[in-house]
Design a protein around this ligand. Structure first.
Ligand code: GDP
Length: 443
């Protein structure tokens, strides 16, 4: 999978930070050193890396982290936000002309996936109820026209061609006329590529552009080529003023450098990502989802939103204080369970928690609803004093509790042990729920 190396390196760096009660300047510096290396190894442009690290450090060493009870998480959140911003912030949509047809000119080097992507884009637009026309303006590469016709045939999208003896500029002009006359609302022009950028190619593309006046000029680049893809994007942008980039071959084991650097270096947003050879393998590019994926964040933001919406802030604060002062009792446990329950099924909750799989306590605990009910029964069979003071639980008291709650003594023992583990886990939960957690820290 793409980004695998980068993802696992970053996740291991953050594994160390996550859950830390205190994050010192040294911790941040150490983590950022490792992030820097991981990004460079993933072939991210070095200037981009430098600026990225500087931004994260500045924010991480500022007030936000110091105020939070989950400083490690706040650092990760800062990295996530910066990474998302680096890749363009939010999904950049295709522009449409208010005087149809909208013209999309596809450009790029040979082999990047231009022809394939033209077909995929036609498919995507067709699914959105548009009526696209594919235009075969690559008259140099043998079989490029045929390839486009095959793709068009698969999805029932007509392909405009004048054969390979015509001039690409004439092809573009006539295709536009054809589109206007026949009610096509989008024209996708598949232009010629070369093995390298050369002046003749750029001149030809400029001539096509001047005639076709594209609303979108999309550069198709092969993500596997890393920094080369970024350099190609820069050259094309200087000459043709691109409106967006399509990254192809993200299904391969690309290290990810191109995806992370292209926007920062060229200013052009990545509009689509291609993840396979099939006609359907093209998706709008979402920087925030890509960042989450790289960082193994789970759905942390939804979890925080949920928590903020359903948790009683005063109670959470009180519980948090108790836990920090090691006053957390069985009664508080019941209270806490009730609060956590409001968030929804526990399984789903744990899935949403970033890195939940890496938390030792959670792996051992295997929380499920039935077990929760049993635990509650055990606590409810305790006396007031026992609930307030777990140390009172000797053998005979445990026997009584077992009998009262319909469990064995072993089960009671296991629960008491788990209660200790739970305290650790609750620390993770409560700091996310508490008013000083996300509210104070995750801006
Ligand atoms: P062009 O010269 O830029 O028009 O490139 P083509 O469209 O002919 O694509 C070159 C090769 O890359 C073909 O074998 C495509 O099947 C393949 N290709 C294109 N996009 C993708 C992709 O997203 N993933 C994979 N795995 N292969 C792709």
């Amino acid at each position: 999978m793409a980004f695998e190396g980068l993802a696992s390196r970053l996740q291991s760096v953050f594994g160390k930070l996550r859950g830390k009660g205190k994050v010192t300047e040294d911790d941040v510096n150490e983590a950022m050193r490792e992030v820097r290396l991981a990004l460079l190894e993933a072939d991210v442009n070095f200037k981009v890396v430098k600026e990225f690290i500087a931004n994260v450090k500045e924010k991480a060493l500022g007030q936000e982290v110091a105020k939070s009870f989950t400083p490690g998480m706040v650092v990760i959140d800062i990295v996530n936000k910066e990474l998302t911003a680096l890749m363009g912030g939010s999904n950049a949509r295709l522009e449409r002309s208010n005087r149809p047809p909208t013209v999309i000119m596809m450009v790029g080097l040979q082999g990047a996936g231009k022809t394939t992507t033209s077909g995929k884009l036609a498919r995507l637009l067709q699914k959105q109820n548009h009526k696209p026309l594919l235009v075969a303006a690559d008259v140099y590469r043998p079989a490029a026209i045929k390839q486009l016709q095959v793709l068009g045939g698969q999805i029932n999208v007509p392909v405009f061609t004048l054969g390979d003896n015509a001039n690409p500029v004439d092809i573009a002009a006539q295709a536009l006329q054809h589109a206007k006359e026949n009610g096509f609302d989008t024209v996708i022009i598949d232009t010629a590529g070369r093995l390298h950028i050369d002046e003749a190619l750029m001149d030809e593309l400029k001539n096509i552009r001047d005639i076709a006046k594209p609303t979108e000029t999309l550069l198709v680049v092969d993500a596997m080529t890393g920094q080369d893809a970024v350099n190609v994007a820069q050259s094309f942008n200087e000459q043709l003023t691109l409106t967006g980039v399509v990254l192809t071959k993200l299904d391969g084991d690309t290290r990810g450098g191109a995806a992370i650097s292209v926007k920062a270096v060229t200013g052009c947003p990545i509009k689509f990502a291609a993840m396979g050879e099939k006609i359907d393998a093209l998706e709008p590019f979402h920087p925030e989802r890509m960042a989450s994926r790289i960082l193994g964040m789970g759905d942390m933001l939804s979890l925080i939103e949920k928590a903020q919406a359903s948790i009683d802030a005063e109670k959470a604060k009180d519980l948090e204080r108790k836990m920090r002062n090691a006053e957390f009792t069985f009664d508080d446990f019941l209270e806490q369970m009730e609060q956590v329950r409001k968030l929804g099924p526990l399984d789903q909750l744990l899935d949403m928690l970033p890195g939940a799989g890496q938390l030792k306590e959670m792996k051992n605990l295997k929380v499920d609803e039935k077990q929760m009910a049993r635990m509650e029964a055990i606590v409810k069979s305790m006396t007031k004093e026992e609930r307030a003071n777990p140390d009172l639980l000797n053998v005979s008291r445990k026997k009584r509790i077992a009998l009262g709650s319909g469990n064995s003594v072993q089960e009671v023992n296991r629960f008491v042990k788990q209660f200790e583990d739970m305290r650790k886990m609750m620390k993770q939960f409560s700091s996310m729920m508490g008013p000083k957690g996300p509210k104070g820290g995750l801006k």
